[in-house]
Design a protein around this ligand. Structure first.
Ligand code: 13P
Length: 380
């Protein structure tokens, strides 16, 4: 195994320096940056406060049309706008949703979608419940990087991003998401240094543009779980990717106090026989990596579920908190969830496209949201 991603003593030294430097505040802003951000200061701070409320997390309901099509296919539901809107409104109107959900990430179509009764938009439904609407601003991981044939990508969506952020802000969005995708292949030493570098740069550039336009950026470097690799490999790669991401966030002068990190947990590959087991190691390694890589200035770390079962995603989050409490320490950031599948899988099955079962779908969703909320406090 060679390359920056796999062998990073030097990177780590640099990062430890950065981590100390950014423990309490990010570096000073230029006059132009300070003026732009000042216009949105209250909005950014209020969003930051909401998204880092203890005991709450984010619902990721921003599946692209293609991705939600796959989820619908598994329950025999046609992938048309009416069904997508119905399903999302079902989730947003579930009783007590605001007790467990602080924000919802929307796909652009949903940001403007009208409610079933035609009296308002889904965005307004969320705002009335004091749930912050967010928006997926990336256009998918489609730009080839690294060696031909390795299938590595950078994420698309930088063109006109500032204008789009400004439009989304006007439509009521207060935070954004950009998903970078990295994959592990031990034989090929992937992710390559090029892919890690390109994605870290894009995440930082995106985050800066969001902050200049009043949106709190969710920075999501997802190392997808595909593969048979063990948890040790996942730990090395996650640590190196996060180190690079924070290096670029600092270079780009992103205000770390006004962003959210959305990482993967450190898990074995989904093709590894341990993938659903070994919770102790997953929790221990994830805590170790996050404490080593994420500056205290970051207000919240909200995990993606990345194809873990609903139970594993909440069990492991719970364990991370229990371990930290047992060591008599507290995390410097809110550590919680921003789940898509791990909040919706049972609910989708309960609904199964029969709208008379929408209530059952809501009950299943709230049951999962409640256990995630307890897990995020170490009280499951
Ligand atoms: P999962 O929790 O289903 O991984 O989705 C979260 C997400 O937003 C991925 O970008």
């Amino acid at each position: 195994m060679t390359g920056v991603v796999w062998n990073t003593n030097e990177d780590e030294k640099k990062h430890r320096h950065t981590l100390r430097r950014t423990r309490t505040s990010s570096r000073s802003l230029s006059l132009r940056e300070a003026r732009t951000m000042a216009g949105f200061d209250d909005a950014l701070k209020s969003t930051r406060a909401k998204l880092s409320e203890p005991g709450k997390g984010i619902l990721a309901a921003d599946e692209s049309t293609g991705t939600i099509g796959k989820r619908f296919q598994s329950i025999g539901v046609e992938n048309v706008e009416a069904n997508r809107r119905f399903w999302r409104e079902t989730l947003f109107t579930a009783k007590d949703v605001e007790k467990y959900i602080s924000g919802v990430i929307l796909f652009e179509e949903t940001l403007y979608a009208k409610s079933e009764d035609g009296t308002g938009t889904l965005t307004e439904i969320l705002r009335k419940k004091d749930i912050v609407p967010g928006i997926k601003v990336d256009k998918g991981a489609t730009i080839p990087v690294g060696k031909d044939g390795d299938g590595e990508t950078d994420t698309d969506g930088m063109d006109g991003l500032g204008e789009r952020c400004a439009t989304f802000y006007k439509a009521g969005a207060r935070f954004a998401k950009w998903r970078a995708v990295l994959k592990i292949d031990v034989e090929k030493a992937l992710p390559s240094a090029d892919a890690v570098e390109a994605n870290a740069k894009s995440l930082a550039k995106y985050a800066k543009i969001c902050q200049e336009n009043g949106l709190v950026p969710i920075v999501e470097p997802e190392i997808v779980p595909d593969g048979k690799h063990d948890v040790e490999v996942s730990k090395t790669v996650t640590k190196n990717v996060l180190t690079k991401v924070f290096e670029h966030l600092n270079k780009e002068n992103v205000n770390l106090e006004l962003m959210v990190l959305k990482p993967n947990m450190v898990t074995p590959g989904s093709g590894n026989e341990e993938s659903e087991k070994d919770d102790l190691k997953v929790a221990e390694y994830t805590n170790e990596v996050l404490l080593a890589c994420v500056p205290e200035a970051v207000p919240a770390i909200l995990f993606l579920s990345g194809g873990q079962s609903e139970d594993a995603a909440s069990r492991r989050l719970n364990l991370m908190h229990k371990m930290q409490k047992e060591s008599d320490k507290t995390f410097p950031w809110t550590l919680s969830y921003s789940y898509g599948r791990a909040l919706q899988a049972s609910a989708l099955k309960a609904w199964s496209g029969d709208n008379s079962n929408a209530g059952k779908g809501q009950e299943a969703f709230i049951e999962k949201a409640k256990s995630c909320s307890l897990a995020s406090l170490g009280e499951l």
